[in-house]
Design a protein around this ligand. Structure first.
Ligand SMILES: [Zn+2]
Ligand SMILES: [Zn+2]
Ligand SMILES: [Zn+2]
Length: 401
């Protein structure tokens, strides 16, 4: 389970020096410093509610579609400030044990590695909160919290309680903010993948309903077309003005004759005895069918919007284990990190989509770590290439990648 909206709001406000109390009715009572309450447009002491209740007292509506929730992004944007927290109270694991786990857990499909040096170091994570809205014939929304390791950009969806984090008051320097931008973009990319994964059932159901409705439309118009074609055949059969001889009904060539008329209808060359009008009707039926299909595609089209809400930088101390990745004649050092908050080794990142995956490849040129999707063949020429190295296919870049 992801963290609930009240939990996420508690995380963010607490790390912006606010005090939050959970009430029995599900509301939150929050006390925030004046700069924070000004940015959010709420009194310093306020009650937040999450259900849409007409009879509610002075509590401020704070769900996904509220002004309050939207203004949370100002906590990061406006003041250019990022809340920083420290996480100290955790013991680090035994290095020998850790090395053993790494050699068991880390794996590449097309490369080998060996453990290089191990060091105890100050490391930092960025805990990013994103809001997503998926719009189609239905609306789905929620928040996603992503914890990203700033050293190696490894990402994970975050489900932990962070009340143990200690406050740290220092603000980030400008140089660090530049680095943070790349970290944040990587987290955003990972979030996009994770939201799609989370909404998999919803997306599948959309596709199923679209296919079903398109099939129905086709069947309906196919019936209309067949009826019209039958009328045309009847007209040709009873009329005299067709440019071909009408066969006697007993003749074996009746089937052949039908096929010929069918062909003439498709080519719109059949004529006489009022068939022109019927051909126009056929055109109209086909045009309407295309229209209806386009309508359906628009109705079920999925639009996913992801917006940053807030971020907290978590500084801590941990162990970096450097692995030396070997691919053909090249090698590359890459840090694998023990995560003191989740108490696991951070999964390797895909250095293209940044979403954690099960299986990884290593690219030839720069030895990027990439997932199977980001190392897939080009749609056009089938050449396999690394999406972290190239934005488009290096072989046929003039065409579509
Ligand atoms: Zn990837
Ligand atoms: Zn190509
Ligand atoms: Zn690459």
């Amino acid at each position: 389970m992801d963290r609930t909206l009240p939990e996420v709001i508690t995380d963010i406000l607490t790390h912006n020096n606010g005090i939050v109390e959970h009430k029995e009715d599900g509301n939150l009572e929050v006390l925030t410093p004046s700069d924070v309450s000004n940015a959010l447009g709420i009194p310093e002491l306020a009650r937040l509610r999450f259900s849409y209740d007409e009879t509610a007292d002075e509590a401020i509506y704070a769900s996904y579609d509220s002004d309050f929730f939207n203004s949370m992004a100002k906590l990061v944007d406006n003041k250019g400030k990022l809340s920083v927290a420290r996480y100290d109270n955790s013991s680090l694991p035994n290095v020998t044990k850790l090395s053993k786990t790494i050699s068991e857990k880390v794996m590449f499909n097309n490369a080998t590695f060996r453990l290089d040096k191990t060091e105890e170091k100050n490391v930092s994570y960025l805990l990013c909160y994103f809001k997503y809205i998926a719009l189609s014939d239905e609306r789905q929304e929620g928040v996603m919290s992503i914890l990203i390791n700033e050293q190696n950009l490894s990402t994970a969806s975050f489900k932990y309680d962070i009340t143990e984090l200690n406050e740290a008051t220092e603000e980030l320097q400008d140089i660090e903010r530049c680095e943070i931008k790349k970290v944040f973009q990587s987290a955003y990319s990972a979030c996009t993948c994770m939201v799609k994964e989370k909404l998999k059932d919803f997306i599948n159901s959309l596709e199923r309903r679209l296919n079903r409705d398109v099939r129905r439309v086709y069947e309906y118009y196919e019936t209309l077309k067949n009826e019209t074609k039958r009328t045309i055949k009847k007209k040709v059969l009873t009329g005299e003005s067709n440019n071909m001889k009408t066969p006697k009904k007993t003749e074996q060539s009746l089937v052949e004759w039908e096929n010929l008329i069918e062909k003439q209808i498709e080519e719109r060359t059949v004529s006489g005895n009022g068939t022109d009008k019927l051909l126009n009707k056929l055109d109209a039926i086909e045009a309407e069918r295309e229209w209806k299909v386009k309508d359906l595609i628009a109705k079920y089209a999925l639009n996913i919007r992801i917006e940053p809400v807030s971020a907290i930088r978590i500084e801590t101390q941990s162990i970096l284990s450097w692995i030396n990745i070997k691919r053909r004649l090249s090698s590359r050092l890459f840090p694998v990190c023990f995560n003191p908050i989740t108490r696991q080794i951070d999964a390797l990142p895909c250095e293209s989509c940044f979403s954690p995956q099960k299986s990884y490849y290593v690219c030839d040129d720069k030895l990027h770590i990439i997932c199977a999707d980001c190392f897939a063949g080009c749609n056009n020429c089938k050449k396999q290439y690394c999406k972290a190295c190239y934005d488009m296919c290096p072989k046929c870049r003039k065409k579509m990648g």
